[in-house]
Design a protein around this ligand. Structure first.
Ligand code: AP5
Length: 219
């Protein structure tokens, strides 16, 4: 099983990909998390990516394609994996197609999570994250149990730099220009599964699970 989670910033790709990975024991590959870790470490990849990310722009295609190429070779991707935040350009999608073909593997489905723009802005500007374990929170919809401290690590949750209102608007514009064309791209390949993303986390996850269950052998 190889799935893509496609959607605007804040559509809940990460939230749904994490739940799916846990339930179906698949490896989640989130390019945003991989890049943020590299920025924190200040390694070569992080130094190249940092300015793009802070400005809400996409990191150059070659950098992220290299990341994916290395990750899918790992043993934990043999059984299957899900891509959260990749591909984000037509070029990335084409290169992914080639990579899979070379390895005799194939994409199963692309879940396209659709959310209204007003809601996207509310979700992104209210998002908080644990700097240690990366657990996601939201100040309104899913606050930490106690005093803005991570429920697991008990340290203060923080706001991502690119979740400030100005950067959020520029990320949404980049999404419309560069990533939204992938909807038609995968539709033409008959792989796109639209998912209504305005509802509650568990309702959305139920819809995704039903689609995956239908896809499993024997169904
Ligand atoms: P990345 O980290 O992938 O950010 P993004 O695509 O902007 O997506 P987000 O993580 O912001 O949102 P999400 O859809 O995962 O929503 P989430 O589940 O967190 O990328 C960051 C940067 O890295 C990019 O800007 C770019 O620079 C670079 N990059 C990454 N991949 C790249 C690539 N392939 N090519 C080039 N550059 C790349 O949910 C958001 C909030 O809403 C949370 O607080 C959550 O708790 C809440 N929430 C979720 N679902 C619901 C719900 N149903 N109801 C209420 N609240 C909800």
């Amino acid at each position: 099983m190889i799935f893509i989670f496609l959607g605007a910033p804040g559509s809940g790709k990460g939230t749904q990909a994490t739940l799916t990975a846990e339930k179906y024991r698949l490896t989640q590959i989130c390019t945003g998390d991989i890049l943020r870790e590299a920025v924190q470490r200040k390694d070569a990849l992080g130094l190249k990516a940092a300015d793009y990310m802070t400005a809400g722009k996409l990191v150059p295609d070659d950098l992220v394609i290299d990341i994916i190429e290395q990750r899918i070779e790992r043993a934990n991707c043999k059984r299957g994996f899900l891509l959260d935040g990749f591909p984000r350009t037509i070029e990335q999608a084409k290169r992914l197609g080639k990579m899979l073909k070379q390895r005799n593997r194939a994409l199963s489905e692309v879940f396209y999570i659709k959310v209204e723009e007003k809601q996207l802005i509310r979700r992104l500007t209210g998002r908080r994250i644990c700097p240690q374990c990366s657990k996601l929170y939201h100040i309104e919809f899913n606050p930490p149990k106690r005093d803005e401290l991570c429920d697991i690590c008990h340290i203060p949750v923080v706001q991502r730099k690119d979740d400030s209102p100005e950067v959020v608007l520029s990320r949404l514009e980049v999404y419309r220009q560069k990533t939204e064309p992938l909807v038609k791209y995968y539709q033409k390949k008959d792989m796109l599964i639209p998912v209504e993303g305005n509802g509650k986390v568990d309702e959305i996850f139920r819809e995704i699970s039903q689609k995956i269950d239908g896809f499993l052998p024997g169904n």
